[in-house]
Write a protein that binds this ligand. Structure first.
Ligand SMILES: [Zn+2]
Length: 264
C-alpha cells in the first residue's frame, strides 16, 4: 500500500483543477496521505480535504517562518494541537525565513509544538534546515517523544547514525525523484542509505506546478524506484518497509485507529 507521510495539498499552484484531481487520485488509488499544513488557515483547508477522502488525514502545523504572525497566538496553537491527529509541518529554519522577524520566535513556537507532542503523544513532521539540523535534533532529544519524523533531513550524513540511535524517523521523497541531477542524486543517496531500515519512511511533499503536474499515484512509484535503487533493493521492498514503519509509528494511538484499519 502507498503511504505518503507528507503532502501539501494547499499549495496555491494546485488550482481548482489540479487539487481535485490530486484528491480524486488519492481516493481512487487508496493512497494514505498525511496532509500537512503551514499555518492555521491551511490547516482548516487540510481538514476540509480530509472530508473528501477517507485516505486523507490532516496534520496541524505552523511553519517556522510564520512564527512572527503567531507570536500572540500560542494559546490557539496549543488548543489546536490538543485536537489534532498529528502535527506537521513544524520546525526551525532561519536561513529560509522570508520574514526575518520570525527568527527569534521560531524556537519558542517550536517548543510549544514539542510540548504538545509530548503531552498528547503526537506524531510530528519536522523541518530542520539551513544549518539548524543539529540544533533541532538536540532540542528534539530534550523532549520525551519518539514519534518524530525528520522530514527530508539535509544535515551531514554522519549525523544520521545519532538520529537512528534516538529512534527518530526520517522521511524522503519528492515529485522530482525521477529527475534528480547528479549532485542531487549524490546528496540523497549519501543520506537515504544511512537511515536504519526500521526508521525510513516515504513522502511526496509537494506536487509539481503547471504542465509538470503529475498525480500522487504516478509520483509515488517513481520515488519507490529511486529509493530502492539507492538502497540496492526492490520497489516492493521499500513499499513494504514504509508500511511496516508507519504502522509501528502510529502504534495503538486511538486517534489513528481509522488509519490503521485502512492499512492492515
Ligand atoms: Zn513540507
Amino acid at each position: 500500500m502507498y503511504i505518503d507521510t507528507h503532502l501539501h495539498l494547499c499549495n496555491r499552484w494546485l488550482d481548482d483543477v489540479r487539487r481535485p484531481k490530486a484528491i480524486a487520485d488519492i481516493d481512487k488509488n487508496k493512497i494514505i496521505t498525511w496532509a500537512q499544513s503551514w499555518d492555521i488557515p491551511s490547516y482548516m483547508k487540510a481538514l476540509e480535504y480530509s472530508k473528501e477522502s477517507k485516505y486523507i488525514f490532516p496534520a496541524f502545523g505552523v511553519l517556522p517562518w510564520e512564527a512572527f504572525d503567531y507570536k500572540d497566538r500560542f494559546d490557539e496553537i496549543i488548543k489546536l494541537c490538543s485536537e489534532a491527529l498529528m502535527l506537521g509541518e513544524i520546525g526551525w529554519d532561519n536561513q529560509n525565513a522570508k520574514d526575518k522577524r520570525s527568527i527569534p520566535l521560531q524556537r519558542p513556537m517550536l517548543e510549544v509544538f514539542l510540548e504538545a507532542a509530548e503531552k498528547y503523544n503526537l506524531i510530528m513532521n519536522l523541518h530542520f534546515r539551513g544549518g539548524l539540523e543539529r540544533d533541532g535534533f538536540e532540542l528534539l532529544k530534550s523532549y520525551d517523544s519518539k514519534k518524530a519524523i525528520i522530514h527530508s533531513y539535509s544535515g551531514p550524513p554522519e549525523m544520521i547514525k545519532e538520529i537512528n540511535e534516538q529512534g527518530f524517523y526520517v522521511s524522503y521523497g519528492s515529485s522530482r525523484y525521477d529527475k534528480l541531477t547528479p549532485s542531487q542524486t549524490k546528496f540523497f543517496r549519501e543520506r537515504i542509505t544511512e537511515v536504519h531500515e526500521d526508521l525510513l519512511i516515504i513522502e511526496i511533499d509537494v506536487l509539481e506546478r503547471g504542465s509538470s503536474f503529475r498525480p500522487p499515484s504516478v509520483v509515488f512509484p517513481k520515488i519507490l524506484k529511486t529509493i530502492a535503487k539507492f538502497r540496492k533493493t526492490t520497489s516492493e521492498e521499500i513499499e513494504e518497509m514504509n508500511q511496516r514503519n508507519v504502522l509501528r509509528l502510529i502504534g495503538d494511538d486511538p486517534k489513528l485507529q481509522e488509519m490503521r484499519n485502512l492499512i492492515v
